[in-house]
Ligand binder design. Structure first.
Ligand SMILES: Nc1ncnc2c1ncn2[C@@H]1O[C@H](COP(=O)(O)OP(=O)(O)OP(=O)(O)O)[C@@H](O)[C@H]1O
Length: 529
């Protein structure tokens, strides 16, 4: 007997049914044991004559997805009397139930970043196998069990589709003809849900963006607040609300990456391949810049929210921005002898973030990340810390660009190291890359056009499988060779190599050797001034 009262036999195929794990529109999922071997699986059971025979479709996609991280194994499938069944890996709870059970109004930023990294990764894999998911939602993301509990799995391929024609190898064609909506009310993209267009890779990604924004918004996305629509009129209201919601309104108060990600997905062309690596890096960077560990493991419940970077001031305070915090920031700025240029003016997202924090009604409602006071205070502090670090690094980049001789460059490199050390940087952020770019520009042959290091995505993607040891060895070599470089041009080339290696490393890590190289560079520039 199922929770909804339907009667299902105790045995289907070679499986004894145990407790029910979940249910959907078209069937039920049970924990089940093999009658011969005792192996445990999740058995997805559906009536053969169901009007929406999703098991039949899923059976078709599983083989294409086997072997990918976070893709469940299909162990067996078959028909037994009135039932169509699939035996798949037994997994843990879905993200929707984990979040609801936490009773929090919003999810913590670190968990959201981990979900972003892992789910984008899963989609990258599915898309690489020519498959669209087409029903991205929290209930279709489940965690593993036991030692695998930090991995997010994608399930429910009942709405999936091959977007690469398997005969021609071509992308499916777009068409202006309106089509029936396939997906879910909450997270399906505007194009698919409201404009009835054909889903492609961009729409899977937009659903991820909406899911992430939902998790960080108190009460969730505006159109989910009235629950599942029961009438066509209610469904139309959802579509209208979705259609008119601007990314900047949906993402107000969130770190800028979320708005940028949503806008990016909406700008993609129908058949365009998304830059998955870029967004995985963006969310990795965001987590690290906010002081969380450089790991995409989804740790639930979230551990102590305290950031690992040393804050400039204690985290506990009465109001989001108090005088003590401002004083701490001013001291840090004074120590770095900032000149009179606007410190936040170089990066539009920082500028708007700062504006938001100080503008009228939102004054007491800065970056909304958690309903938990202590969490949001801590996160707010690290966000300010992150902005401060960004401002410091941009200032160093400007100093490098304005340097007239090697002595001034040496001073700027020393300041760069000082900022990195003071902020306990283990990852080179986009502003850190700007410093390397400026260095490269000053040192390189002026006839050569300098390509930004951090955006050399293609180079990184095309690189052969990266051997970590080899990479370490190369940075070690740079550290040793910097002393013997014969010209500024050679030093510039070394800066490029360093940037490329860091960009290719997982988590864009600043190793001890990288720090030593920068120290050697400062010394060399000083010696040749
Ligand atoms: N392999 C599994 N291991 C553990 N739990 C699972 C597994 N597969 C599904 N579930 C649970 O059952 C729920 C419903 O699963 P699924 O989405 O595959 O069913 P469905 O009938 O296709 O649902 P819907 O009609 O809502 O799309 C999931 O949210 C999850 O909680």
């Amino acid at each position: 007997m199922t929770k909804s009262g339907a009667t299902i036999p105790p045995r289907i195929g070679n499986w004894w049914l145990c407790e029910q794990l979940g249910s959907g529109y078209s069937g039920y999922i049970f924990r089940a044991k093999n009658i011969h071997f005792g192996k445990e699986v999740a058995l997805k059971v559906q009536r053969i004559d169901h009007e929406c025979p999703t098991n039949r479709y899923e059976r078709f996609f599983y083989p294409a997805l086997q072997g990918g991280k976070g893709m469940p194994t299909l162990w067996d499938s078959g028909y037994d009397g009135e039932y169509d069944w699939l035996a798949i890996d037994l997994l843990g709870p879905n993200l929707d139930s984990l979040f609801k059970e936490s009773k929090k109004n919003v999810m913590d930023l670190r968990s959201v970043c981990c979900i972003a990294i892992q789910v984008i990764n899963r989609l990258q894999f599915m898309h690489s196998r020519g498959v669209l998911h087409r029903d991205i939602q929290l209930g279709n993301c489940v965690i593993g069990r036991g030692t695998d509990a930090q991995t997010i799995y994608m399930i429910d391929f009942g709405f999936s589709k091959f977007y690469i024609d398997r005969n021609t190898g071509r992308h499916i064609p777009d068409t202006k003809v309106k089509r029936d909506f396939v997906g879910n009310y909450w997270f399906s993209s505007v194009r698919v849900h409201c404009r009835e267009m054909i889903p492609s890779r961009r729409d899977d990604l937009e659903a991820v963006a909406l899911m992430l924004i939902h998790l960080l918004t108190p009460g969730g996305l505006p159109w989910v607040r009235n629950g599942v629509p029961k009438t066509e009129a209610a469904h139309d209201r959802i579509k209208r609300a979705k259609l008119k919601a601007r990314p900047e309104d949906l993402c107000r108060g969130l770190p800028p990456q979320f708005e940028q990600f949503l806008k990016y997905c909406r700008r993609l062309k129908f058949a365009e391949g998304p830059d998955y690596a870029r967004w995985i890096h963006e969310f990795e960077d965001l987590a690290v810049e906010c002081g969380y560990p450089a790991s995409s493991a989804f740790v639930w419940p979230p551990p102590d929210p305290k950031p690992t970077v040393k804050l400039l001031r204690p985290t506990k305070r009465a109001s989001p921005v108090d005088s003590q915090e401002v004083e701490g920031i001013l001291h840090a700025l004074a120590r770095l002898k900032l000149d009179d240029r606007p410190i936040l003016g170089q990066r539009t997202n920082i500028g708007s973030g700062a504006k938001r924090e100080s503008s009228g009604s939102e004054k007491n409602n800065p970056i909304i990340i958690s309903s938990d006071d202590e969490n949001s205070n801590a996160t707010h502090s690290v966000a300010i810390n992150r902005h401060l670090k960004a401002a410091m690094l941009l200032k160093v980049a400007r100093k490098v660009s304005g340097a007239r001789d090697n002595k001034a460059l040496a001073g700027a490199v020393r300041e760069f190291i000082q900022v990195l050390r003071e902020t306990h940087s283990r990852t080179l952020t986009r502003e850190g890359f700007s410093v390397l770019d400026s260095l490269n520009e000053r040192l390189a042959d002026s006839a050569v056009r300098v390509q930004p290091l951090r955006t050399r995505q293609n180079e990184a993607a095309q690189a052969p499988a990266r051997d970590k040891r080899l990479m370490k060895d190369r940075i070690w070599n740079l550290r040793c060779d910097v002393n013997t470089a014969q010209s500024n041009k050679a030093l510039g080339q070394m800066v490029v190599e360093l940037g490329v290696h860091i960009n290719q490393s997982s988590g864009r890590t600043l190793t001890k050797d990288a720090y030593a190289f920068l120290e050697g560079l400062a010394a060399k520039l000083q010696a040749t001034s």
